[in-house]
Design a protein around this ligand. Structure first.
Ligand code: K1U
Ligand code: ZN
Length: 173
């Protein structure tokens, strides 16, 4: 297992549509393990492969609380096959946009279809924080960020701040 670097806004890879994984091979499992280690280290509750610069449809999630044992979920080619009419608002964050948090409204419950770490086809009903997180991660696979749900004014402020930081980090000291 290895820690990977998490890419930040405005890296253009974050806007790409990730490609489906053809088969769950040992290489794919190794990548999922790196993603999980990177997510726990950050720390975060979810991570999409594109956030480590690999635009493949892979996601890891663990919404267990700090005092609970790890409970990781590995999702290969996840898709939402049902969403509730009822919505829920949650103050989201993103490891690719550190220290920015804002409220996003999404369906309160979703059913997700995916392949697990062994390549087995699964369906899972998600509610609460897991529903929010899985939708946030599937958005990453489609090049969508949570700031895309904010007003243009708020989004532009965040994009400007991160563009400036990226420019400064490239300048010689
Ligand atoms: O995809 C990501 O950028 C990870 C992101 C997932 C997420 C958080 C909140 C709502 C929706 C999706 C994060 O994990 S941000 C960090 C975070 O929420 C957290 C960090 C430590 C403990 C608990 C939460
Ligand atoms: Zn994110």
């Amino acid at each position: 297992m290895a820690l990977r670097e998490i890419v930040r806004l405005p890296d253009p890879v974050l806007k790409t549509v990730s490609t489906p994984v053809e088969a769950v091979t040992d290489d794919v499992r190794a990548l999922l393990d790196d993603m999980l280690e990177t997510m726990y280290d950050a720390p975060g509750i979810g991570l999409a492969a594109v956030q480590i610069g690999v635009p493949k449809r892979l996601v890891v999630i663990d919404t267990a609380k700090e005092d609970e044992p790890h409970d990781p979920i590995f999702l290969v080619n996840p898709e939402v096959v049902w969403s509730s009419e009822e919505t829920a608002e949650y103050e989201e964050g993103c490891l690719s946009i550190p220290e920015v948090y804002d409220n996003v409204t999404r369906p309160a419950e979703v059913k997700v279809r995916y392949l697990d770490r062994d390549g087995k086809s699964c369906e899972r009903h998600c509610d609460g924080l897991l529903a929010t997180c899985v939708q946030h991660e599937i958005d990453h696979l489609n090049g969508v960020l949570f700031i895309d749900y904010l007003s243009r004014l708020k989004r532009d402020r965040v994009v400007k701040k991160f563009a400036k930081a990226a420019k400064q980090s490239k300048e010689p000291a």
